[in-house]
Write a protein that binds this ligand. Structure first.
Ligand code: ZN
Ligand code: CU
Length: 481
């Protein structure tokens, strides 16, 4: 049978973490149909991949692209990195299954404005993704903060038993409609008052439907070990896998402590399924938050609703100009966004190297001056950390973006270059791949990504052109026993 596409003479890095090998790879329809040393049967189109790596399309397990992939289906920031699947709904905030009655609470405002929240159920969201046909596949988590906001008149308190029951009912429906699991953002004021028991009750619904639990911990600062303990306890209670989001030790007093946190991971992984994701930078980004205001490191304001003209300056510069304290300046700027230079490079590298760490961008697509991770996270791991710093072999880097991620998030027949699997593929040059996006010029596509295929459709070429749109909504699959 004639193949639709043939990748000739490529170096296959198959996503399993195993060694690279040379082969030809054929694609027919939406599947990989043959992998062999030399394929001679005809193909409608062929690419000579001499000197290039063919890997599974990257899976960005931590995104806030919920509304953007629908509003901008030619979603260049992700496809240009070789990403073929994004998981949305992280950090407790999802557009899927959210109803906004009044104002969009912080940090749900990272996802867009009120008019962008038009998916009261996961089924509505899935339909919208399918109608928009974005360039990448989309899977969603349901946000705990979104559930709270649906059910509660006031987010700054614990939920009542009745509200927890109502959230659980909504969560169960969402999972049956295809959500992959639930995320929390317990550090944010809008979820901080939620008790561990509130989340445990919801974890029971997750367990019943086979969903996973991802969490932006209650603290990434000094109380981080307690916060990890809470996350793992919730996972054990529900017997559900736990993914710790953007794992870091934030704040100068906390630097170096990933030795302690990862030791705790080591210990608890013997008892339960645990993973984490991480973006390859030592600065974080989110909304401007008084709890994180400090003079210990630079904080750059990226947007401000009341004072848009201050964007791009440090909080220190703004405070000095105004002759006020850092806290008063922050209060005047809010609602606002910020980049916090709050991590230690050694911690970043230790977490990235850790065997169960996946790569997730945590990019913020609605920020006018976004953290460069939105456009650069994946090529930065391949180029800067794997090739240039030799933090780990390229096969490990690819595994952390593909096979490991698909297994953890239960995405069947994706994440590997394997016969019969979906043809989500990226062809890149291992010698030149690199992130170009920087903190001062953050909206720039990566170099060295030559071709990206999604569900068998060639979707991106190295001239930065989007050539097809074949992304699907990825539903949670019923558990196999
Ligand atoms: Zn987060
Ligand atoms: Cu996040």
């Amino acid at each position: 049978m004639k193949a639709d596409w043939l990748f000739k003479n490529v170096t296959v890095i198959d996503g399993s973490g195993g060694p690279a090998y040379r082969a030809d790879v054929a694609v027919t329809g939406d599947r990989i149909t043959e992998i062999a040393p030399a394929i001679t049967r005809p193909a409608a189109q062929a690419i000579d991949g001499e000197g290039q790596v063919l890997a599974p399309g990257f899976i960005d397990v931590h995104t806030h692209d919920d509304t953007n992939v629908i509003r901008i289906p030619e979603y260049l920031p992700k496809i240009s990195q070789g990403i073929t699947t994004v998981i949305v709904g992280n950090c407790g905030i999802s557009a899927a299954g959210a109803t906004i009655r009044h104002q969009v609470p912080d940090p749900m405002n990272l996802l867009g404005e009120k008019q962008h929240f038009v998916y009261p159920t996961v089924a509505d969201y899935a339909r919208a993704v399918e109608a928009a046909r974005p360039v990448v596949n989309v899977g969603t988590l349901v946000g705990h903060t979104s559930l709270r906001n649906n059910q509660m008149d006031d987010l700054f308190r614990a939920a009542t038993a009745q509200e927890i029951r109502a959230m659980g009912d909504e969560l169960r429906v969402a999972l049956r409609q295809g959500a992959l699991g639930m995320s929390t953002g317990l550090a944010y004021a809008s979820a901080f008052q939620a008790t561990t028991e509130e989340v445990m009750a919801l974890a029971e619904a997750l367990a019943a439907e086979g969903g996973i639990y991802t969490t932006h911990l209650r603290s990434e600062f000094e109380p981080i070990l307690d916060a990890l303990d809470e996350a793992f306890r919730i996972g054990r209670h529900g017997k559900v896998p736990v993914v710790v989001s953007h794992h870091k030790c934030a704040g100068a007093k906390n630097w170096g402590r990933t030795t302690e946190t990862l030791a705790l991971f080591d210990k608890m992984r013997q008892h339960q399924e645990i993973g984490c994701d991480c973006y390859p930078y030592s600065a974080s980004s989110s909304t401007l938050d008084l709890k994180q205001v400090t003079d210990e490191f630079d904080i750059v304001v990226t947007w401000s609703q009341p004072c848009p003209e201050e964007a791009g300056q440090t909080l220190q510069q703004i405070a000095e100009k105004w002759g006020v304290t850092l806290n008063d300046a922050a209060r005047r700027l809010m609602p606002a966004g910020a980049i916090y230079y709050n991590m230690d490079e050694q911690d970043v590298q230790r977490v990235l190297r850790y065997p169960v760490t996946m790569v997730g961008s945590d990019g913020l697509p609605n920020d006018p001056m976004p953290h460069p991770r939105l456009w650069g996270a994946f090529p930065r791991v391949l180029g800067h950390y794997s090739r240039d710093k030799q933090l780990f072999p390229l096969t490990t880097a690819v595994h952390k973006m593909t096979g490991l991620s698909a297994a953890r998030f239960r995405l069947p027949e994706r994440g590997l270059v394997k016969t019969g699997y979906y043809a989500d593929l990226v062809l890149f040059n291992p010698d030149t791949v690199r992130d170009v996006a920087s903190f001062t010029d953050p909206q720039r596509p990566a170099e060295g990504i030559n071709a990206v295929m999604v569900n068998g459709v060639m979707s991106y070429r190295d001239n930065h052109q989007i050539t097809g749109r074949a992304g699907r909504f990825l539903r949670r699959q019923p558990q196999q026993s």
